[in-house]
Design a protein around this ligand. Structure first.
Ligand code: FE2
Ligand code: FE2
Length: 376
């Protein structure tokens, strides 16, 4: 294959390498597999990775700009920290981690919805040519590959099944359906993914977005909605990157979890599979940012203003408000796991002492108190 190829068929973007060994996790045949040397190879990357590299190179050659990014250190440290989570395991408190891994797997499964993203006629939305770009392939394989990676496809498990297998091998126990329901019912705040929206909720969200447009009315609403969706997806992928690194570190402690490192290995495969998701989203958003938007009236707008506006608003919201929602949600799961524990208060005290942030007696996080005081 020529390295200059920038146009790919959906079948190519969905094609996997031949594997010497399949990946079996928890008795379930999963996607991906191992090459002859025993190295894990992510599914559907035979052409997808070369394609992403070619689009990145083409973008660099055409525009010479850096790809859009948000530095990972802009995101707060995972809560609870690795020492805090290890402490709970040392105390024999497994339920919070078991619930957390169940939530991650469940939310990964919601990724199936990515294939339903509605896209406008993208070429009509931009002045410049879009052939041979990542954005031109969103609906031609990229979203479909992403959805399959997260939720599994046909008889092959995906990340959903891999997380459940990691949980089962590491903790040798599962939360009850009732416990999972209780945890999932708490989700749904901004930045915390709950259940996928119902068709009625989708219609309501759409109506609200149309009433509060971020871009000029002249820009096709479907394009605005697609950019918002991609930006949110990218931010979720980046937060996931950090929490998966946390999980891998925690699960690699063979003294504290069962399975001799199997769970951590499964998470490392998931992490490898996530890399193309982050890469194609950054590339497609950057291609839009560096082009000229064409409104329905024919008027033109700088892509940097359009994508930049959405990007700034959503990253700010995600890093500020949602950060606390995610932490509160994680803390609620820890409290749930300690329900009825005879040493609950002593364990919580030591747990907080091990963290970067503590909960004050008023129920406010220490870093929030500091931020409020600084703002006075
Ligand atoms: Fe995933
Ligand atoms: Fe992903």
């Amino acid at each position: 294959m020529s390295t200059d190829q920038t146009a790919f068929t959906q079948d190519e973007l969905l094609a996997s390498h031949p594997y010497a060994e399949p990946l079996i996790a928890g008795g379930v045949r999963c996607h991906g597999g191992f090459d002859a040397d025993g190295h894990y190879v992510s599914p559907r990357t035979k052409y997808r990775w070369p394609a992403i590299r070619a689009w990145q190179a083409q973008h660099q050659a055409q525009f010479g700009t850096a790809l859009l990014d948000v530095p990972l250190d802009a995101f707060p440290e995972h809560y609870p920290s690795v020492p805090q989570a290890k402490f709970l395991l040392q105390q024999g408190v497994k339920l919070p981690l078991s619930l957390t891994l169940t939530r991650i797997g469940t939310v990964e499964g919601f990724g199936a919805g990515i294939r339903t993203v509605n896209l406008p006629d993208l070429q009509a939305c931009f002045v410049e040519e879009i052939a041979g770009t990542a954005m031109a392939h969103l609906g031609q394989g990229l979203y479909e590959a992403h959805a399959r990676d997260e939720a599994g496809f046909e008889d092959e498990g995906g990340h959903k099944q891999m997380w459940f297998a990691a949980r089962d091998v590491a903790l040798e126990e599962q939360p009850s359906e009732e416990q999972v329901r209780e945890m999932m019912a708490r989700q749904g705040g901004s930045g915390v993914v709950g259940a996928p929206p119902t068709p009625e909720q989708v219609a309501k969200i759409r109506a609200e977005m149309m009433a509060n447009r971020m871009l000029p009315d002249d820009i096709d609403f479907a394009l605005e909605a697609a950019i918002i969706r991609m930006t949110r997806l990218l931010l979720i992928e980046l937060v996931a990157y950090l929490s998966f690194a946390w999980a891998e570190e925690l699960l690699s402690d063979t003294e504290l979890v069962a399975g001799e490192g199997e769970a951590a290995r499964l998470v490392s495969y998931v992490r490898a599979d996530e890399a193309p998701h982050v890469a194609y989203l950054k590339c497609a958003l950057s291609e839009m940012r560096d082009r000229t938007f064409r409104g329905t009236s024919g008027r033109t707008y700088a892509g940097a203003d359009m994508v930049g506006h959405i990007w700034q608003r959503l990253t700010h919201q995600f890093l500020a408000t949602s950060r606390l929602d995610r932490r509160n949600s994680a803390y609620a799961t820890i409290l749930q796991g300690l329900q009825g524990h005879p040493r609950r208060d002593t364990i919580l005290e030591e747990f907080h002492a091990l963290g970067q942030v503590q909960l004050t007696p008023d129920g406010v996080w220490s870093d929030e108190v500091a931020a409020q005081t600084a703002g006075r």
